[in-house]
Design a binder for this molecule. Structure first.
Ligand code: SAH
Length: 228
């Protein structure tokens, strides 16, 4: 890493601290995962700034503050098994791999998933499994093997009103789900803590803008979620 890049990283971490990120594990995960690796060439100069960036085909990579905030809100331990819905470019998932035991991530768009998997390989992130599927249905049974329940669930596309039922079901009792809820212009990050098999403590924590959760798997280039 060159000095200029190192300085930019340190500046971003200081910026995140100032904006309220106190979890030192989250800060060091963000410092270690090269965000510039997840953005196209024309955006690399800005990769270490605290802004969302376009990554092509109408997609965006979330602002580092939002990635940090969501990661912190999950209250992760290195024993946790985490499910992410909405792999996108893979940046949030990569940050999570440094903070928990294993990440399971689902992307509905096959082309995005293929690119994200290449990045995980290149960065030698081994504790992650990524699949193309409809994340609203939760993690599927694969070759007779179930991964649910999960200690934590993070959804990086917005639900209209409520988290999908399958995700509520796949969360462990005592577990936490962080999910944007609401329509465009009126979305909040919401924390669902599962208190029993069918009860949740619900807390709204931050206004945000995410693309919507969409059904089904696709390889249609015109079916990219639009940027928020
Ligand atoms: N976490 C990503 C940002 C995600 S953008 C990152 O760090 O870059 C939201 C993503 O959710 C998009 O890639 C979109 O295709 C995906 N998505 C939307 N609905 C989905 C669904 N039902 N299942 C899986 N992925 C979904």
């Amino acid at each position: 890493m060159n000095t200029q890049n190192a300085n930019k990283r340190i500046r971003l971490i200081m910026d995140l601290r100032r904006k309220g990120i106190t979890d030192t594990n989250v800060l060091s995960a963000i410092e270690r995962i090269p965000r510039d690796f997840f953005v196209p060439d024309q955006a690399k100069d800005q990769a270490w700034e605290d802004i969302a960036l376009p990554i092509g085909l109408g997609q965006t990579i979330s602002q580092p503050l939002v990635v940090a905030f969501m990661s912190q809100a999950l209250e992760l331990s290195d024993m946790d098994k985490v499910l992410e819905i909405g792999t996108g470019c893979g940046y949030q998932a990569a940050v999570l791999t440094r903070l928990c035991r294993r990440v399971y991530t689902i992307e509905r768009h096959k082309a995005l998933l293929a690119d994200a998997e290449k990045r995980f390989d290149a960065l030698k992130l081994r504790n992650i499994t990524a699949i193309a599927a409809d994340g609203m249905k939760g993690w599927p049974t694969i070759n007779g093997i179930d991964q649910a329940p999960f200690d934590k669930i993070i959804v990086t596309a917005a639900a209209r009103e409520e988290p999908p039922q399958a995700l509520k079901d796949q969360l462990k009792v005592g577990g936490i789900m962080i999910i944007p809820v609401g329509g465009s212009g009126n979305q909040n990050l919401v924390r669902y803590k599962k208190e029993s098999e069918d009860t949740f403590a619900v807390k709204s924590i931050l206004p945000v803008r995410f693309v919507p959760l969409l059904p089904d798997v696709t390889s249609d280039k015109n079916d990219m979620a639009y940027s928020a």
